[in-house]
Design a binder for this molecule. Structure first.
Ligand code: G3I
Length: 550
């Protein structure tokens, strides 16, 4: 037996070592998975089977950086049961074997979905379809039930349409709503240990669709249906703004007693990439990771791929891309650093301000607005570039405007007034750069030969969202216009979720809508329209205001 004084000495040495060594084995250069594990979360990636078997760089990053993987396509119905009763697990097994070799978990995606399901399923009668669904779940989940690698499943995927109604898919049309509960029960019967999830997109913020999801999950659980987890896909785009109520939304689901997770994160942008868009994207990634870190019941974050070389985005959204955290040459982007630093959280404090923005250049100066662009700043302090503040007076503390990109349209200016403005960049830790050089411009006279007006009509609204259609834009001047810019203000907490017939950007709560290619030219006294959709906090009845046109 150890003497008590020796025990005391050993305890003291242990305490000293614990004090001198970091609390976890994660240091600044550790991969994402090390930091994630230290925070009790997983960090995942969706993997495609072809580069996984053919490309060393792909394999190495997939193995080193992530603690969980999802098959991007290999576990879907068209891959696993292309003909009735003929199962093919070659792709699925390749992913599971890779994960097992690399000490990773697998999240199974997906059992019951309206996409990538073979025609033979869709044509079945109700009785045959229900039994085909139960058999499919039993075979696919059952295959990996005793395999400790596969820990969870997306049992049903995307059961809602964008308004929050149950999607009228062939599943719903043939079987009614009961297919959802039946799918969960079949999955539980096939694997009593796997965590069973419902998964969807456009449910990151609090909106009609996420509230419908919330109500469904709550009701299923009250009926004893084994729904253990809710997946928020997280297909975001920098031009539509960040869902600022993400954390609040995750928490309200967590309060139902379910686990939550981000399942398919990517942040697309209009191509080409530039430093400013990359910086905004990095902020989105950081915010998502932080939201998950701040919600105890959030298990982790999965990114939908990891390299821009392999992403579904360019095939689906024309002209958009660069949505992931490595570029096409497997080089980490700012968004990688953002995920890394958020997971490493608190181990470093960023006190380094961003570099000074370039001299702003003014353009499109009207009686009440002006456009500014400037050379983007960079941030090396670790927290990443978060955006820019534009100030009118030296020493001012209230910005005239804020932007997440290196341009802005200042609105609400006074006619025939000289403005001297400068820009400061800010990082994720709140550090502000030095002032950029000044730019001076003078707004034009109020009423003249030019001018346009804008007015928005709320077409439809629901508890936590609305559609404004049409926003009418009218050329009230005496000469033809070759382009227009409409700005308006979203009330606090509202988030733009879509738009049409205009090119839209969001800065804070200010929305700037510019003409699309087809509706910029307006003869005097003619007009055009565009529309948009937004979400708002539950019960809030406000709608946008302050439509101005220039
Ligand atoms: O495998 C065939 C190949 O044989 C053929 O030559 C080629 C020609 O187009 O198509 C290949 O299949 C493509 C498949 O991806 C595999 O690459 C399909 O056309 C293509 O539609 C399919 O896209 C997938 C998409 O789901 C289909 O719905 C994407 O890779 C995948 O990232 C995407 O993932 C979904 C999630 O499952 C659910 N949430 C949304 C997410 C993004 O859409």
């Amino acid at each position: 037996m150890l003497s008590s004084s020796l025990v005391r000495v050993l305890t003291l040495v242990g305490t000293l070592l614990a004090f001198l060594l970091p609390a976890t084995s994660a240091d600044a250069s550790s991969p994402l998975r090390t930091h994630a594990s230290a925070r009790g979360k997983f960090i995942g990636a969706a993997l495609a089977t072809s580069p996984l078997s053919n490309e060393t760089s792909y394999r190495n990053i997939a193995a080193t950086e992530f603690s969980q993987v999802t098959a991007e396509n290999a576990m879907k119905w068209d891959a696993t049961e292309p003909s009735q009763g003929q199962f093919n697990f070659s792709g699925a097994d390749a992913i599971v074997n890779f994960a097992t070799q690399n000490n990773q978990q697998v999240h199974g995606h997906t059992l019951v979905w309206h996409n990538q399901t073979p025609g033979w399923v869709q044509g079945l009668s109700a009785t045959a379809m229900r039994s085909a669904m139960q058999n499919h779940i039993s075979q696919v989940v059952g295959r990996y039930a005793s395999n400790a690698t596969v820990v969870s499943w997306d049992v049903v995927n995307e059961v809602f349409d964008d308004n929050g109604n149950l999607r009228t898919s062939f599943w719903y049309n043939t079987l009614g709503q009961s297919y959802i509960a039946d799918a969960f029960r079949a999955a539980r019967a096939a694997d009593s240990n796997a965590r069973l999830c419902i998964n969807d997109y456009n449910v990151e913020g609090i909106n009609a669709k996420s509230t419908a999801m919330y109500n469904l999950v709550s009701s299923l659980r009250q009926q004893g249906v084994p729904v253990d987890c809710v997946g928020f896909q997280g297909h975001l785009a920098i031009q539509y703004g960040f869902p600022n109520d993400l954390q609040q939304n995750l928490q309200r689901f967590a309060d139902l007693g379910v686990q939550v997770r981000i399942t398919e994160l990517d942040v697309r942008m209009q191509m080409p990439r530039d430093a400013s868009k990359d910086a905004t994207q990095a902020t989105y990634y950081r915010n998502v990771v932080n939201a998950c870190l701040n919600v105890t019941a959030c298990a982790g974050v999965t990114i939908w791929g990891f390299t821009d070389k392999y992403s579904w985005v360019p095939d689906t959204f024309q002209g958009q891309g660069a949505a992931l955290i490595y570029d096409e040459n497997y080089q980490p982007k700012s968004s990688y650093n953002a995920v890394h630093d958020a997971l490493a959280g608190g181990t470093t404090t960023d006190t380094t301000p961003p570099t000074t923005p370039g001299t702003p250049v003014a353009g499109n100066v009207t009686s009440n607005s002006a456009g500014l662009t400037w050379t983007a700043s960079t941030d090396s302090g670790g927290s990443g570039l978060a955006g820019y503040n534009v100030y009118r007076e030296q020493g001012a503390t209230d910005p005239l405007g804020q932007s997440t990109t290196n341009s802005i349209t200042l609105t609400g200016l006074s006619p025939e007034t000289q403005y001297q403005v400068y820009v400061r960049a800010r990082d994720g830790a709140g550090n502000l750069s030095a002032n950029s050089p000044l730019v001076t411009f003078t707004t034009t006279a109020g009423q003249g030969g030019g001018g346009c007006t804008a007015a928005g009509t709320v077409q439809t609204q629901w508890n936590n969202g609305y559609v404004v259609q049409p926003v009418t834009v009218t050329n009230t001047g005496t000469s033809s216009m070759s382009g227009w810019t409409v700005t308006f203000t979203l009330p606090a907490g509202h988030t733009l979720t879509g738009s049409w017939n205009a090119s839209v950007s969001v800065s804070g709560q200010t929305v700037t809508a510019r003409n699309a290619g087809h509706n910029g030219t307006l003869a005097p006294n003619t007009g055009t329209t565009f529309g948009f959709q937004a979400s708002r906090p539950n019960g809030n009845t406000q709608t946008p205001s302050g439509y101005t046109c220039a």
